[in-house]
Every structure is written in structure tokens, then in C-alpha cells.
Design a protein around this ligand. Sequence first.
Ligand SMILES: Cc1cc2nc3c(=O)[nH]c(=O)nc-3n(C[C@H](O)[C@H](O)[C@H](O)COP(=O)(O)OP(=O)(O)OC[C@H]3O[C@@H](n4cnc5c(N)ncnc54)[C@H](O)[C@@H]3O)c2cc1C
Length: 402
Amino acid sequence: MKKTYDMVIVGAGVIGSALALDLAKQGYNIALLDVMQPSFAPTNPERVIALNEGSARYLDKLGLWQDILQQGAGWIKHIAVSEPGNAGKMDMSHQALNDAPALGYVLEIRHVLQAIQKQFSSSVTTFYGARCLGFFQDEHGVSLNIHMAEGEQTIEASLLVGADGTNSFVRKYAGIQTYGWDHNRLGIVASIQCEHGHNDTAYECFKEDGPLALLPLDDGRFSLVWSVAPKIGVVLLSLNDEGFKHALAREVGSEVSEKIGRLISVGERASFPLELRIAKSFAQQHVLLVGNAAHTIHPIAGQGMNLGLRDVAVLADILQQNWAGKGLNKPIVGQTYAEQRRLDTLAVAGFTEGVLETFASSFVPQRWLRGLGLNAMQNTPFCKQFLLQQAAGVGQQVGLKS
Ligand SMILES: Cc1cc2nc3c(=O)[nH]c(=O)nc-3n(C[C@H](O)[C@H](O)[C@H](O)COP(=O)(O)OP(=O)(O)OC[C@H]3O[C@@H](n4cnc5c(N)ncnc54)[C@H](O)[C@@H]3O)c2cc1C
């Protein structure tokens, strides 16, 4: 059986689904497929994400933001950056950004996904439980073979978008190489409850063996992301609750401990391998990559999904313009998209890697310089304002239609 669409999107995570919704609203006919069935059931630990003000504005433009907020959101009004055991520190507050109610919002991924998929109209045809077997391209577009429980099908489209995550089948099948490296770190995630709550503050603690972030959840708990060497990760994951709380309290240091108080409880732990993986090309003829399929970065700065939503906003913006029209298979579509996303991706990945590298050394003069550097940022309004705008994702919105 053969079906024809303007665009076929492989991967119905937040990024693929947001793209489907935005383009369907513009009148495009979209096929969206995922190897999994959709599920919005709670998970333990929760899969939590910090989205910045820029992403919030984009989701608001799609008419989703109020629905997402109603499901529950932790508001990041302040960010406290420190290096436990070293003097330097830096604080950022949303008050320094004129019109932003917060620097970011901590949300459950399932709530964001549900809000998006609830809005799908008949312009989005979904194929769940569908495995992509392969595709070929000619001058008209792409022909994709998929396998479903009912049998095999062929989907034809002017454009194929890979939104299928870090190990993207689409990227590999198109022969697009990546550059990057394994961080040789595990990201341990868990929810924790503390004596004094969070006061709408996210804490970023930088240690030589890896950073740790505490993100404020809507119910007063924190979501923890702790980057550690695998051998330490294995030990941490084997500890009981008391042992884990003890190790965590030691890691965040006395200053943060004083603010958040005693650790009262810790939920289930889960871990993820951490890597940097950037596609060498974001577009190859009629195949485009978005989200983690295009770029996977270390989660410490909380920028991966924000970056992916900017891919979506830029691509939707390009396709809204008259010159693209319905001629999606024009080579200029992919070329323009790739060109517009390259710099932002490299800037975010470069900044994240730079911060990790800066804090990775135990060499005493370097520790001392780091302390000075953080204090200098704290006391230099221009630098701080720039960092604030990047963290809130409002600095990168330039060029997007509102
Ligand atoms: C511990 C951790 C914390 C993070 N915290 C933050 C944060 O605070 N803020 C932030 O912005 N980012 C954060 N990130 C990054 C963020 O989670 C990712 O950037 C984002 O989830 C990527 O979304 P995606 O839709 O591109 O990919 P995914 O969420 O991986 O979705 C890919 C989809 O494709 C489907 N799929 C895969 N293969 C196939 C196939 N062959 N055929 C069909 N379908 C397929 C999958 O089933 C899935 O539904 C964090 C990441 C980690 C690991």
C-alpha cells in the first residue's frame, strides 16, 4: 500500500511531534511515525526537563503553554552556580530580564508530549508501532518502507525528517556521519525532597569528576541530574536511600546544604550514558535532522530539548515563507535549514563542553582562577546579562517570526 504526504517525520517524541503540529497548522499534510505506542503514564523516576523562556514562548505560539503549565511546572526564578569547596559563585535572577516571569520551567516530558499530541488534527496521520525499514530519494522526494503489525507499507513524501533521537536510524541510513565523543560519564537522575524546599531556585554545582544540578519541581521537591564516572555511578546506584542521601549531601557541599536543608527522601534512581554527538550535516537532499538525531549534548546546562525546539521553530519558519511554498523538495529548503541551525548548535555545544572542561581540573591555580572567574561574572553586568539571556533562551530567538 502506498500513501503520499508533504512530509514524513520519523520519531514522535516532543521534537517530532512539535514539528508535526506546527506544520499541520500551516496546512501541510504530515505522516508521523514511531516505533513505540504513545504512553503518557507516570514513570518512576519522572522524566523531567527544564525548558527555558524562549521554548515557553514558542510553545505558547503553538497554543500549548497554558495547558502544559496546568499539568504542573516548577518555576526557575533563580539559578545559583557554585563549586563546592571553592570560593567563587554566581547567582542569576529572572528579575534582571525585564519581561520574563522565570528563567525556565521544570516539566514532565509526558505532559509536554500529551499537550502537543492532543492538538493533532486530521492533517497529522500517525503510524505507531511502525519500524522504518529503509528509504530512497529521487528528485521528487523520499519513499520510505515501514513495517507495522498489519504488514509493510510505503510512504512517499517531499521531505523526510529524522526526529528519532540520539541513535537515529534516519541519520545512519542516510549515511550522515557524526562527530563528538563519549563523556565516559553516567547521568544519574532521581527526585529528592529537602527540609527547606527549593524557593524556585535551580542549583548547579560543579565538581572535578562531573557537575550536579538540582531543578525545582512544582511540588517543592528537586529533580536531580548528577554526572559521575561509571565506576562511581555503579556504587551510587547500589546504595540504599540513606547511603545515597549521605553521598549527595557530601557532594553538594555545605553552602547549598545550608540553603536546602536536610535531605528528607530520595526516589527511584535511573541512569543515562552521556555523550556529545553532532551530525556532520543536518540536511542531505530531502532528508533533514532535528532534535537529538541532529545533536546530543551533555544535559548539565539543560539545553538539549531547547535546542531541538529551536530546530523546529526555524524549520517551520522556513516552510512558512512564500519562496518555500508547497515546493518542499527544493534543495534550498534543506540548505537554508542546515545553515540556520549550525551556529546555534555549535555555540550551545561549545559552551557546554567549555564549562565541563573548565571545571574538570583539580590543579590548584586553575581552581583559584575558576573562583575568580565566577566572581568576575557575578560582578560584571554585561557578562551576566549575556549569560542570563542565553540561559533563558531569549537571546537566540532573533530571526524567528512571532
Ligand atoms: C538526564 C538528562 C537530562 C536532561 N535534561 C534536559 C533539560 O533539563 N533541558 C533540556 O532542554 N534538555 C534536557 N535533556 C535533553 C533532552 O532530554 C533531549 O534533548 C530531548 O528529549 C530529545 O528529544 P527528541 O524528541 O529529539 O528525541 P527522543 O526524546 O529520544 O525521541 C525520539 C523518538 O523517536 C522514536 N524512535 C527512535 N528510533 C526510531 C525508529 N527507528 N523508528 C521510529 N521511531 C523511532 C523513539 O521511540 C522516540 O519516541 C536531558 C537529557 C538527559 C539524558
